[in-house]
Design a protein around this ligand. Structure first.
Ligand SMILES: Cc1cc2nc3c(=O)[nH]c(=O)nc-3n(C[C@H](O)[C@H](O)[C@H](O)COP(=O)(O)O)c2cc1C
Length: 195
């Protein structure tokens, strides 16, 4: 099982697309969205719409979510709160600087933070996709701390060697990199050399 956390940083689409790709590849997937992520989805992705869950967003995008498990971020009693429940990895996409700070300090006061903390202590795949620019020393220190604790910091930096033509191409590049990091085969972009 893979867990996707979505926070209220710009670029919620990265998290949504990651969930869609995991579901399309048949992986058991759980998602946790912060309150701000859901508010931002209405603001940034589909202005004028109000979403109360990731399932709402997938429904709006006509994507089937029958196999998606969604947890509320305040549901600290959810199974994935415990290290005794196995999951293969977690990715927080996009990751706000607020959530980054809490992760780096081990403040597990939401389900998303707790599940990520579990992944770190159990030495499972733990990826963050921080979204902010420019970065302060505080942000950089938090990223270094998480890297040293075993997390993979994967900023959503576009590449151009795969010749992106659309925004979707650029989003798919980042989502493909996340899947690659989680050890999941994808066809979202062609590797350098096969272009
Ligand atoms: C339109 C909008 C865009 C934002 N973009 C970012 C961003 O790119 N990075 C960031 O760290 N915070 C961003 N924020 C601020 C976060 O939403 C805010 O810090 C929030 O408390 C994050 O909470 P969460 O991590 O629980 O989702 C943005 C806020 C708004 C309203």
């Amino acid at each position: 099982m893979y867990i996707v956390g979505i926070t209220g940083a710009s670029g919620v689409i990265y998290g949504i697309r990651l969930v869609e790709e995991l579901l399309a590849s048949g992986k058991k997937t759980a998602v946790i969205a912060s309150r701000t992520a859901l508010l931002l989805s209405g603001e940034e992705l589909y202005p004028g719409n109000e979403f109360h869950s990731v399932r709402d967003i997938l429904a709006y995008r006509n994507v089937s979510y029958a196999n998606l498990v969604e947890y509320a971020n305040d549901d600290l009693f959810a199974p994935i709160s415990s290290g005794s429940v196995m999951f293969d990895g977690i990715a927080i996409v996009p990751c706000s600087m607020k959530t980054l700070g809490k992760l780096a300090c081990g403040i597990d006061d939401t389900l998303m933070l707790r599940a990520f903390g579990v992944a770190l202590k159990e030495r499972r795949k733990a990826v963050i996709v921080p979204r902010e620019t420019p970065l302060s020393e505080i942000h950089l220190t938090h990223m270094l701390r998480l890297t040293r604790a075993g997390a993979i910091v994967l900023p959503p930096m576009p590449a151009f060697y795969h010749k992106p033509q659309t925004v979707d191409d650029m989003v798919n590049f980042v989502v493909g990199k996340i899947l690659q990091t989680l050890g999941i085969t994808h066809h979202l972009f062609r590797a350098w050399g096969n272009v």
